[in-house]
Unconditional design. Structure first.
Length: 344
């Protein structure tokens, strides 16, 4: 963090998505000397403090905050992989804290962000079982006195062992910057318009487009104004303004479940909120739905701070089915990179 003084406590704090700078200022105003930085998933901050854990928690409990949601004390962090074997590192960190003793009643709570071959529930079960055997503490899901919290951000995990009352839940008082339905809709429209202009994409009136991860329908709306037909794919509902467009068909399923009879397209767009690897695999699998010379646009979500790594992982998968790649960072895509490609 660039501070010459060692932090005495550390916390992962969930905040209103889109209000991270406001939440950062709020925390810094409440906790003297706090160092706050963004974690690479929206709505999450890492806070390092000179004060002890209990002092920080007490101050945040008393304060009438606007943007803070949950506050998780952290003892340590670990670099992990997407594979289940990496859970051993989490167990070692929890054990090394020395905060679980024989007879303690505890529970493990995990929040996982990213793509892994284990679930949050897997983490909770495996850590609970291992820690019971090693420490003599007892898992008690109904009335735990201590909490083992695990916050996973793709390849970075934060772990804390603390008294239950120190895992703070605040009421978020400001959670929407715009009127209902306006922000995601308008921002999505800006994103796809920027991509079309940046890549000089020509969408003709007789073109058909497949829009993946479409809800609430910002990209679909823009595409419907340019193409003959848009098939919007998302298990969630589209905005009524989009569903009533005569050239929009809503395929209410996941991208992996698109039926064969849906046909072929001139353009595939993908703004799905998935890890780069998972999103690239889906795009590669759908390449045969593109007509000859068809094009595709895909956003690469930055699930860690290593942007080059994510792009480097996605493109080799895509190269099996696509060519003529172009990569751009666009003004409305601060947390992602946008790829253009053509069917090979």
């Amino acid at each position: 963090m660039g501070s010459s003084v060692m932090a005495r406590s550390m916390f992962v704090v969930t905040v209103s998505s889109g209000f991270e700078p406001d939440a950062k200022r709020e925390i810094e105003g409440l906790i003297s000397g706090a160092k706050v930085r963004h974690l690479f998933f929206k709505g999450n901050l890492l806070v390092e403090c000179l004060q002890e854990e209990g002092e920080v928690i007490d101050e945040l409990k008393r304060a009438q905050t606007l943007y803070l949601g949950r506050v998780f004390p952290v003892d340590s962090k670990a670099v992990i992989s997407s594979r289940r074997e990496s859970l051993a590192a989490l167990y070692e960190k929890a054990l090394a804290s020395g905060k679980l003793r024989k007879g303690d009643c505890f529970a493990v709570r995990c929040k996982r962000r990213g793509s892994h071959d284990f679930s949050s529930r897997d983490v909770e079960r495996e850590l609970g079982s291992l820690l019971e055997k090693a420490t003599g503490a007892v898992v008690d899901l109904k009335d735990p006195k201590k909490m083992v919290t695990v916050q996973i951000f793709q390849d970075l995990a934060f772990l804390g062992v603390t008294d239950v009352e120190n895992v703070l839940v605040k009421r978020v008082r400001v959670f929407r910057k715009y009127e209902k339905g306006e922000r995601p809709f308008t921002r999505a429209e800006h994103k796809i318009r920027e991509a079309i202009e940046a890549f000089n994409l020509r969408i003709r009136e007789d073109h058909e487009a497949l829009d993946l991860g479409a809800a609430p329908g910002g990209w679909t709306k823009v595409l419907a104004g340019l193409a003959q037909k848009v098939v919007a794919v998302d298990p969630a509902d589209l905005d009524p303004e989009v569903t009533t467009l005569p050239n929009v068909v809503h395929c209410k399923c996941r991208a992996e479940e698109i039926p064969e009879e849906i046909g072929r397209f001139d353009l595939i767009t993908n703004d799905m909120n998935l890890s780069p690897l998972e999103s690239a695999r889906i795009m590669a699998g759908l390449a045969d739905r593109l007509r000859e010379g068809g094009t595709a646009i895909m956003t690469v979500k930055f699930v860690t701070r290593n942007r080059k790594k994510h792009i480097g992982e996605a493109i080799p998968i895509l190269k099996a089915e696509y060519k003529d790649f172009a990569v751009k960072r666009l003004p409305h895509n601060r947390y992602e990179t946008t790829l253009f490609m053509r069917k090979a």
